[in-house]
Design a protein around this ligand. Sequence first.
Ligand code: NAP
Length: 488
Amino acid sequence: MSEINRGLFINGAFRDGSEGKTLDVLNPANNQLLASVAVASIEDVNQAVEGARAAFDQGGWGVAKPKERARFLRRIADGIRKNLEDLAALESKNVGKPIGDSRWEVNAGAELFDYYAGAILIHGGEMPPVSAPGIDLTFRQPIGVVTCIVPWNFPFLMTCAKVAPAIAAGNATLLKPASYTPLSALGLAGVAQEAELPAGVLQVLVGPGGTVGNAMVEHPLVGKISFTGETTTGTEIMKKAAEKIGRISLELGGKSPNIVTQDADVAKAASSSPMSVFANTGQDCCARSRAFVHQSVLDDFVNGFIEATKNLKIGDPLDDQTEVGPMISKNQRQISLDYIALGKEEGASLAYGGTIPSDPSMVDGNYLIPAVLVDVKNTMRVAQEEIFGPVLCVIPYKDEATMIREVNDCRYGLSGSIWSENLSRAIRIAKAVESGNLSVNCNSSVFNEAPFGGFKQSGIGRERGLYALEAFTEVKNVFLSIDSQFQS
Ligand code: NAP
């Protein structure tokens, strides 16, 4: 895959949009043009939906045997691995992600296709023991045409996490990547084309969320929308879906806690935690951006955390040593700078970072030195609002009950970490925290095989694991009578 795919991918072929519009895609490390890609019109969306429905019905994807669909998924997994270096480099150039992270994510994308190729072979129904003479069977059936909309922070991984289960379950799938980062989704389309995935099963449409994305949500033939992005956008999509009782899964924003208790291995927590909030330059829905630290270990944690942050290598995403790359855009960086200024106005102190690096190799990019705000109160806006940048808020606590109340006093509930060598305490806190995904003594609990999703305004539904197959199917119940006298 030496060439970047620049077209829309509709009915198995790359092509220009019907209005001939294009979108410039920039490299956030230097803000230079990376590619111009075709933009879909509403007419293109309509054609893609109709093509997808035809693939589902006449094309037979909806009734294809699971092992036939699995064969295509395995081919796509192989194709991703064959193109791993090209796809990873493309992702790093487009997102600003360190190349090591991109390689890991592209490989995880391949593993998602492998996983769902296997999972669909065992994803069956049930036989509920009904009180009637006969056999009751439940079936899981594909929904039909589904729309998947992804954000710009993990474009390839999110794409695979949605497309793999959606097509494994027998749906024809429309995919809209974010306008900042359409390239790896078009790369996946190229892999699907090489794998000879039947035309129309995967349609990739690039274009603004407000028009193209909206049309992909509103179209009456779209039965399900799987969306990952901001909570405000998710709210709009939920309203639109409600008008047709469309199925939805929403993976939304977060403001996750990193809880460091009095019996934590503080040195380990401090040296490890910077990447729980600064990985992907803080542009991570799961970023542990609120550190709740027990008063007795506060100084040790903050000093160790800052020391480890100073050692992070910031720079060129294509350099193997880089740990923190640029942010997606100057605008996204400015949002972080504004929040840092706001935090100081609210009474917090900036203990480290929060400035633009002066190194000449970085001045043209959207770099920002990760920031550590201390003396933060949970009621401050910096502690409540998703900054989506490399900004940590440190909130000291004295007693566990108050800390848990504060952790939960937030509209989000996506993820979080607990650091404690006392297993009873760790489990007690984990049960009390209102979040969908928690990790103990490490930075993440996101796995292809395990459910992922949020409490409260962090989303609705679960993806990954077998949960994603449930999210992309309808349940049908059939009762088979074996008693000719049975009437009910
Ligand atoms: P966003 O602005 O909500 O955009 C996400 C996607 O939705 C993009 O493809 C966007 O297209 C599209 N879109 C925008 N408005 C739309 C509309 N009215 N109808 C249909 N589609 C629309 O989010 P973002 O800035 O890309 O991503 C950052 C957010 O995603 C953060 O809040 C982060 O926490 C969240 N996130 C959550 C998870 C999770 O799993 N919970 C994972 C990653 C990120 P355009 O690009 O053209 O605007």
